[in-house]
Design a binder for this molecule. Structure first.
Ligand code: ZN
Length: 304
């Protein structure tokens, strides 16, 4: 039997100053700040994690907030959007409330038979709310999908379908281009990956408002090593396993240029603080504990 991915683990993006990011995601999008730490490669910058109340894989959105980041530019070769699942019965009300709080909210459009509303975050990035049966908010719903914007859909499609167990479930014209919907079997969160192509699109430029990478789930370390072997066999150049404190990670660039990660479910976000106080204090990996005073003084203050 073909092995298949479970779904998305997290999505990581770049933002401008952290306060606006925290306010938008916790107050308007009802996300919980589940971890406040630093960029492990650059401890002068925060790494902020949002998720549902229990910080489950498939609900985790993370940001590197760079105070002076230049704005990114949308285009091909990047993940261009992520979408939260929201209950169809509450979507209109939710959109109205977010609009009343000052965010830019699109009118609903139909995509593969589902209603989609796009909210613009403080850095100009698209946050999609995608209607599914129920009355859940976007934090409870977690991820519905991510969209990869590509020059050529074929090579990425082959990787996802032939080597990662995704199935084609829909294709439709979309704006100046096309959208192919792939889905992993099972009922986990974030099983959908849309491949989007547009005529004459320029390549994306990374910056504030850009998605940096998308991470898929491995159930444990052994599962991750098996995926690593499979991705190498598929011709990908995969990093060794890297300890990210809350999960182990491997990374590779898929053929369309998007950075993919495969992250383990364990140990999870309660590794270094209890569930009830997740996200309240600054957490540092061991290698930076000796520099805590200096790091705390350098980081901008944020009111959570
Ligand atoms: Zn990641």
């Amino acid at each position: 039997m073909t092995k298949h991915m479970t779904g998305l683990h997290h999505v990581t993006a770049i933002s401008g100053p952290p306060q606006a990011n925290v306010d938008f995601f916790t107050k308007l999008m009802d996300q919980r700040l589940v971890k406040k730490t630093v960029n492990f490669d650059d401890p002068g910058t925060y790494h902020l994690y949002y998720g549902n109340r229990t910080a489950d894989p498939g609900t985790i959105l993370t940001f590197f907030p760079f105070v002076g980041a230049a704005p990114g530019r949308a285009g091909s070769g990047t993940a261009s959007a992520y979408g939260y699942s929201i209950g169809a019965s509450v979507l209109d009300h939710w959109a109205e409330e977010v609009r009343a709080k000052g965010a830019r909210v699109s009118d609903p459009v139909e995509r593969f038979g589902q209603s989609v509303v796009t909210v613009t975050d403080p850095d100009g990035a698209a946050v999609e709310l995608i209607a599914e049966p129920g009355d859940h908010g976007p934090a409870e719903g977690g991820f519905h999908s991510t969209t990869l914007w590509l020059d050529d859909i074929g090579p990425t499609q082959r990787l996802l379908v032939d080597h990662m167990g995704y199935e084609e479930v829909g294709h439709e014209a979309s704006g100046k281009g096309e959208r192919l919907r792939l889905q992993a079997p099972g009922d986990a969160r974030g099983t959908i990956v849309d491949l989007y192509r547009e005529d004459g699109a320029a390549r994306a430029r990374q910056g504030a408002g850009s998605i940096h990478h998308v991470a898929f789930r491995a159930l444990d370390d052994a599962d991750q090593l098996d995926w690593r072997d499979r991705m190498i066999a598929a011709g990908m150049q995969v990093t060794p396993v890297i300890d990210r404190q809350y999960f182990n990670a491997i990374y590779f660039r898929e053929p369309g240029g998007v950075l993919f990660e495969i992250a383990t479910d364990p140990p999870g976000f309660t590794r270094d603080e209890p569930l009830e106080s997740l996200g309240q204090s600054l957490k540092l990996p061991k290698k930076y504990e000796g520099m805590r005073n200096r790091i705390e003084q350098a980081l901008p203050r944020i009111d959570t």
